[in-house]
Design a protein around this ligand. Sequence first.
Ligand SMILES: [Zn+2]
Length: 314
Amino acid sequence: MVGDLAGFDYILAIERAHDHAQLRASLVNAYRHIHPMLLVGRITEALILAELAAMYSLTIDYPARQSVRHLNARGWRVPSLFRQAAAWLSDKIAKAVTVPVEYEFGRRPEERAPRVAKAAQLDTAAKLVRKVEADAAAAVPLDETKAELRQLLRELGCEPKPIASHPIITEEVQSRFARTRETILDLDFYRAAYPYWRYTATLDERTTLGCRALHGLTMPAGDPKWVGFIPPRHWRCRAHVEAVVHSEGVRAKKTSPAGEYAGDGTFGTLNDEWEPKPGSYPEDLWAIYKEAKGIQSPHIEMDGAWWRKERPAK
Ligand SMILES: [Zn+2]
């Protein structure tokens, strides 16, 4: 759970306002003075934990002894495996001197956290301001608006001990978990033992049509058809890929993805270049966000087609 202490400033702003116009102005002012650094630190920690959790989940799903057994079954004798592993490792070490390391724990979290913090804070400010605007237009009593704003702050994780993290942060943590799993399962060692991937959705009343349709989809790990279908594919997606052994992979029935379910085009967090869209926010808030980020021209979220981004060839 990641809480944003900016909630205190908002609560002060809410308490002091005497009418809707003043309320709106003081919320914007509170947003202007937010320092994202504390939230950035917390998001970084949450994302690193997500990476470690992904790593841990893999050691549970694929115990080393079992993985070695599958390697043996596929003709990867252990001694030769070790020879190859040693060769692979020394090769990596040799290369590491000259090329950047491909995956490093904590690197992504540090890069992403500031962006995520600022996006979450902009979103929170926008939701508060919009609420005030709507209530002012509908002549809702001020006290009622204030009570609802406090509730909104709780829902958006603007509390020292929040009941939920901001949805953008939750999404990012979940993606980091799924992405880390995918990255590790993509390593030569895992690909050799578990050459097939299976789309695995959490099935209940919240499962989306797409995830229901894709549940069980099994294809070779390196199949280019996976592009656009690697979970998470949409907001609040709880699906992930499971790696399966060869004998299980070839027996699979669902071996081709239903094209209409290629990741939701507007699902932004998978896109590394993702930024909030200027048109989606009140202009004064956007101006503050832009200035804080040192953005010269507004970044525009790339709609659709992001999933066509090539996966690294193996
Ligand atoms: Zn899903």
